[in-house]
Design a binder for this molecule. Structure first.
Ligand code: FES
Length: 98
């Protein structure tokens, strides 16, 4: 493998995060990316998550982050995190409130 391709692969690996998503009492596990919002990562796992504005305004995408560090502490609405506007910095355990 060429050095440039290997470097690109390593950079991609460093963006990977492990996600645990609990919906309606069922836990799902998958891989995500630090470069995607929590909402985008959950959608990529093909899990049903509510959203509407996708700009941090309506609150429909709110989740609870049970564990995991968020970039800039995430965008919050009371005790919830707006998944359309928040990014994980590492592995995360997410609870959908429905
Ligand atoms: S989809 Fe509206 S706040 Fe996230």
């Amino acid at each position: 493998m060429e050095a440039e391709a290997l470097l690109h692969e390593r950079e991609a690996d460093s963006d990977l995060v492990r996600l645990r998503v609990t919906i309606n009492g069922h836990r799902h596990e998958g891989k995500g990316s630090k470069k995607l919002t929590i909402l985008e990562n959950i959608e990529k796992m093909r899990l049903p998550i509510r959203s509407s504005c996708r700009r941090g305004r309506c609150g429909s995408c709110r989740v609870r982050v049970l564990s995991g560090e968020l970039r800039d502490n995430g965008v919050r609405l009371n005790e919830y995190v707006l998944s359309c506007s928040s990014y994980l910095q590492g592995d995360g355990d997410i609870l959908l409130p429905y």
